[in-house]
Design a protein around this ligand. Structure first.
Ligand SMILES: [Fe+2]
Length: 272
């Protein structure tokens, strides 16, 4: 099972640069070309939030067109730059959760992926607080997660959420990671050892951490990255270092391995 995770694409309307400077559509095209060249091809394309820059329907239409060349099954989640209603309307074929209280408004899902005789479960969680940069898991969303985990306690599971439940030392970003619900999420992990890892976005940098002993893996942005500056009191700035994405390889006997990928062009490969 191969899952390509792209994150924080921040697609704008044509003619608009993200933060006045970044051609996010061109950079997503570059990432899409890189994923398209992978052999074997991924089984799933996972997009972990901040899909677009302002949540406008025209941005989602452009995102859809930019992803179309991949012809891969995909799962999408909202980030703080998204509008969950516009997202759900733009991608109506996604298996958005329904049938439980409040789920009609949250953009989240469960997907079971067959892998030989085994199955890998992915649970996408909506951590958005409309109008705010930080994220949360409220009681309704935690209850839905607890129910979903309890349905298949033996099934290896990955959680996917935009806001990482981490303190990274990137001080300004730490003020807008997963806040409310973090401790409750840690408690759920303790009761559900089938969770193999938590996949996130939001930090615009490839980062690894842990919550309750479970790996937390943060994807870089396909566009702009957060500058690596751990000095207290310094603001979060972005730069245009080479962007990329993650390739998650899962085997029942071997567990999860995550390979970092850089998108773009460079010399090589050459024999050693
Ligand atoms: Fe972002």
């Amino acid at each position: 099972m191969l899952i390509a995770q792209l994150s924080d694409c921040h697609i704008t309307r044509p003619g608009v640069l993200a933060s006045g400077r970044v051609d996010t559509a061109a950079l997503l095209q570059q990432a899409v070309a890189s994923v398209a060249a992978l052999a074997p091809a991924p089984d799933l394309l996972l997009l972990s939030g901040d899909l677009v820059d302002s949540g406008h329907p025209a941005e989602y239409a452009r995102l859809r067109a930019l992803l179309a060349p991949l012809r891969l099954p995909m799962r999408l989640l909202p980030g703080n730059h998204d509008d969950r209603v516009a997202l759900r309307e733009a991608f109506p074929e996604q298996p958005w959760a329904a049938g439980v209280p409040f789920a009609q408004s949250f953009a989240q899902w469960v997907t079971d992926l067959p892998e030989g005789a085994a199955t890998l479960r992915l649970i996408g969680l909506d951590t958005v607080i409309p109008g705010r940069p930080g994220g949360m898991l409220c009681r309704e969303r935690l209850d839905w997660l607890a129910d979903t985990l309890a349905q298949a306690p033996q099934r290896p599971t990955l959680l996917v959420l935009h806001h990482p439940p981490l303190h990274t030392g990137l001080q300004e970003m730490d003020g807008m990671n997963l806040g409310e619900g973090r401790e409750a999420l840690a408690g759920l992990l303790g009761r559900h050892p089938q969770v193999q890892a938590i996949l996130c976005g939001h930090l615009h940098r490839h980062i690894h951490g842990q919550l309750a002993g479970v790996p937390v893996i943060v994807a870089p942005s396909t566009a702009h990255q957060i500058a690596l500056d751990l000095r207290p009191g310094h603001p979060a700035l972005f730069n245009l270092e080479p962007p990329g994405y993650l390739l998650h390889r899962w085997r029942l006997a071997e567990g999860l391995v995550t390979l970092g990928a850089v998108s773009g062009d460079w010399p090589g490969p050459y024999p050693f």
